[in-house]
Design a protein around this ligand. Structure first.
Ligand SMILES: Nc1nc2c(ncn2[C@@H]2O[C@H](COP(=O)(O)OP(=O)(O)OP(=O)(O)O)[C@@H](O)[C@H]2O)c(=O)[nH]1
Ligand SMILES: [Mg+2]
Ligand SMILES: [Zn+2]
Length: 309
């Protein structure tokens, strides 16, 4: 049996890369049935074993995932929908205008990708609109805690070369709200795939071109890019509220200075994180988002988090 990589799927037919060729393979039998808590047993980025003994190629086995990007399935919140797997790098794409930068959303994904140990960079697109004082404060805040923030403009071709350079020889997923410019970036990075990008899009009611399916594209530079549909909500699949503190780098770093070793940095006395946020030593917006996400995780602790996974 041969090992292949899944580029994208359509019903039970998947396009996989086998020995450098894009071919169709089918999902059948046991694997086709949705597992108890997971929706979509196979996703872009998966490594699979192909059974070529029959008249058509069959996906016989999905190999263990190094990491995954998932969210609760839209229907039935208790099910996990895996969007992509085995990602080397995540580009969290946002824009300064239409839609505006939403730090609550960014911080959920940043914590999640940190938990999955995926190298993550922030792209602030549509820089041609200009950055307001408030947005600049957010950008500076992310840089101060250690994130790479790249400001781009597809319209004015700003920093596109830099983004292309970062995609070389690796698998990069573009994730973010609808309309921030994920597909536009992909188009300008590699014009040859622009037609394929259109194939995975449809017109929404508002007359906008919008990606409806996650798909991996092979680039000329040897890298792969995963275009994903805009994410409106990002559930923190399988995250424990008590662990959240480990996924905010600046909070994690300050934790040893708190009075209590198991401080959750919510309202404990002698909390170094609270103090740092109040003094402006760490960005206040990040700490406020931490508290909000903590509350959500706590309220949903029996839905999102199961120790058995
Ligand atoms: N001014 C400006 N507009 C941009 C820029 N990048 C993209 N746009 C526009 O923003 C709109 C949305 O771009 P898309 O690339 O479709 O956004 P997306 O993130 O792929 O959206 P979904 O597929 O719905 O998730 C389009 O009208 C683009 O022309 C930019 O750098 N500057
Ligand atoms: Mg798109
Ligand atoms: Zn604390």
């Amino acid at each position: 049996m041969n090992k292949a990589r899944v580029l994208y799927g359509n019903g039970n037919e998947y396009t996989v890369l086998l020995d450098g060729n894009e071919i169709s393979a089918f999902l059948k039998g046991k694997l086709l049935h949705t597992t108890k808590r997971s929706h979509h047993p196979v996703c872009p980025g998966d490594f699979v074993r192909i059974d070529d003994s029959g008249s058509e190629l069959v996906i016989a086995e999905v190999l263990p995932r190094v990491n995954k990007i998932s969210r609760p399935a839209n229907y039935g919140i208790r099910k996990e929908q895996v969007i992509a797997a085995n990602i080397d790098c995540l580009f969290l794409v946002t824009s300064v205008y239409s839609p505006r930068l939403n730090t609550g959303f960014l911080d959920r994904i940043l914590a999640y990708s940190n938990m999955q140990q995926i190298d993550t960079k922030i792209i602030v697109n549509k820089a041609d609109y200009g950055t307001s004082g408030e947005e600049q404060e957010y950008i500076d805040g992310y840089r101060s805690v250690g994130y790479d923030v790249i400001e781009t403009s597809v319209k004015e071709k700003v920093n596109i070369e830099k983004v292309v350079g970062l995609t070389k020889d690796r698998i990069t997923a573009f994730v973010g709200n609808s309309g921030v410019g994920k597909s536009s970036l992909l188009n300008i990075i590699d014009p040859e795939i622009s037609q394929k990008v259109k194939e995975t899009s449809s017109y929404s009611l508002k007359g906008k071109h919008t990606t409806k399916q996650a798909r991996l594209f092979r680039l000329m530079n040897g890298g792969y890019i995963l275009d994903t549909p805009g994410i409106r909500e990002f559930g923190m699949w399988n995250m424990d509220f008590e662990e959240l503190k480990n996924f905010f780098p600046e909070i994690y770093r300050l934790s040893p200075e708190c009075r209590y070793r198991n401080c959750l940095h919510t309202d404990e006395p002698g909390c170094a994180v609270f103090e740092a946020a109040e003094n402006g030593d760490i960005p206040l917006f990040r700490y406020e988002n931490y508290l909000k996400i903590f509350q959500t995780l706590y309220d949903n602790r029996n839905i999102y988090f199961k120790k058995d996974q």
